[in-house]
Design a binder for this molecule. Structure first.
Ligand code: BJ8
Length: 424
């Protein structure tokens, strides 16, 4: 591994505490990913990135900053990457997925806040994540109450833009989100010092659409009964796509998709015939949260699809880049982003329709609906999800978890019983 200590020091990181974090990660990567058999060769790229997750990409970002580019840290798939890319900015995901950061978050937030929020705040305030140190500006959004209030705390420490996400999906809400995107573009122009043009925005729309198409190719391969890739590996690819350069991301995903399509042709599967196929839905799984996938896939089943923001919601629906005015392109962006069926909307029938559609497309035998503890939005929506799936004859298991390992045994027992029920 290259020596990144100077870089971390220059970023003002707490090196002692960061060392403790670095010690746990390799074991987790080894246990979750490297123990799998018959992995696609193209996964070598993501194995390398995750093995130096606090080194390779942060070093690239710093090099780009030296050339005058600005880094925008984001927490939600509602933030339109296209605007940032069109202004020659760089997007990096910032959601925290490790229990390591939770106590730091609990120092300033109530304990009954969801772990994703606590970890994100803890990662910033504890100075143990280079991405949180590098970002020139954070972009928050008004999706859930916990995030809204946490952004006020983060905003004391770092420049922050908040985007006001509508809570409903009427035509006037789509118009409102278009205006919000236009306002965001103005702020992003100030930060980058660049001016947005129709041409640049069209180009950026194309770049991000290509990334979405490449990710979709990988996911489409999972629809085959000859399953060419595990859920764990696909999740890793998806998680890293939030940090990576979008052009390289598309290139690597296409390379992986080529290999997966070849595997299907040759009948190469990562699981035995008849292995039960699971669609996972619920709250996002930020790096390095691999707990659920790992338990499912070591309990005799395979994850074939994720209806979540670290899954299909990140790449489904392309932006129509045909308009010839900025206003027209902002509207096209709004229309695409407002198709995201996050539980922050009311009512939210689109998510249930998506889960049923995806369960059929990916030939899932059952659905696991799992939310993070203290996420009221997804927890409350479980009732409607579970009733709708039962009506469709699709078996469903509803779970709640957090970032600690203490509930792993209990989760495993429930998941094993669910898989056994599917098998019988
Ligand atoms: S579009 S899912 S990325 S908001 S788990 S922090 S909702 S209390 S993450 Fe999300 Fe955007 Fe929606 Fe997707 Fe709050 Fe729930 Fe925590 Fe959550």
């Amino acid at each position: 591994m290259a020596d990144y200590v100077k870089m971390w020091k220059d970023l003002g990181m707490d090196l002692e505490s960061h060392d403790n974090l670095c010690q746990v990660l390799p074991t987790a990567v080894g246990d979750v990913f490297l123990t799998q058999e018959n992995r696609p060769k193209a996964m070598e790229f993501w194995d390398l990135v995750i093995s130096e997750v606090h080194g390779i990409r942060p070093a690239e970002l710093i090099e780009e900053q030296k050339k005058g580019r600005k880094v925008f840290g984001t927490f939600c798939v509602f933030v339109p990457d296209e605007i940032i890319v069109a202004l020659n900015g760089i997007v990096t995901g910032l959601c925290g997925g490790s229990q390591f950061w939770v106590p730091g978050g609990e120092a300033v937030l109530p304990k009954n806040t969801c772990p994703l929020i606590k970890a994100s705040v803890g990662a910033r305030l504890g100075r143990t994540c280079p991405f949180f140190r590098i970002a020139d500006v954070y972009v928050g959004e008004t999706t859930c109450d916990g995030k809204k209030k946490a952004y006020e705390i983060l905003g004391e420490d770092v420049p922050m833009i908040i985007m006001d996400v509508p809570q409903m999906k009427r035509q006037k809400d789509i118009e409102k989100w278009k205006d919000e995107i236009a306002d965001f573009a103005k702020k992003a122009e100030e930060i980058t010092g660049n001016t947005l043009s129709v041409e640049k925005l069209k180009e950026a729309i194309n770049i991000i659409n290509e990334k979405r198409k490449a990710m979709k190719r990988v996911y489409d391969a999972r629809k085959s009964l000859t399953l060419p890739i595990s859920g764990r590996d696909t999740l890793l690819m998806t998680q890293i796509s939030f940090f990576d350069d979008p052009v390289r991301c598309a290139e690597m995903c296409n390379k992986l998709a080529d290999e997966l399509e070849e595997r299907i042709k040759n009948g190469v599967s990562v699981v035995k015939e008849g292995t039960k196929r699971i669609l996972v839905t619920g709250t996002p799984l930020a790096v390095p949260n691999w707990k659920l996938h790992n338990i499912i896939e070591t309990s005799g089943a395979a994850v074939v699809c994720e209806e979540m923001c670290t899954g299909t919601r990140y790449f489904e629906n392309l932006v129509d880049g045909s308009a010839d005015t900025l206003d027209g392109l902002f509207m096209a962006l709004s229309e695409r982003y407002m198709k995201n069926n996050c539980a922050c909307f009311t009512p939210n029938p689109g998510r249930i329709e998506d889960i049923i559609r995806l369960a059929r497309e990916y030939k899932a035998d059952g659905v696991i609906d799992c939310s993070l503890k203290f996420c009221g939005l997804y927890d409350i929506e479980k009732k409607n999800v579970s009733e709708a799936l039962k009506k469709e004859g699709i078996p469903v298991l509803s779970l709640e978890t957090d970032y600690e390992d203490s509930d792993s045994g209990q989760l495993r027992t429930r998941i094993e019983a669910f898989v056994e029920m599917l098998n019988s």
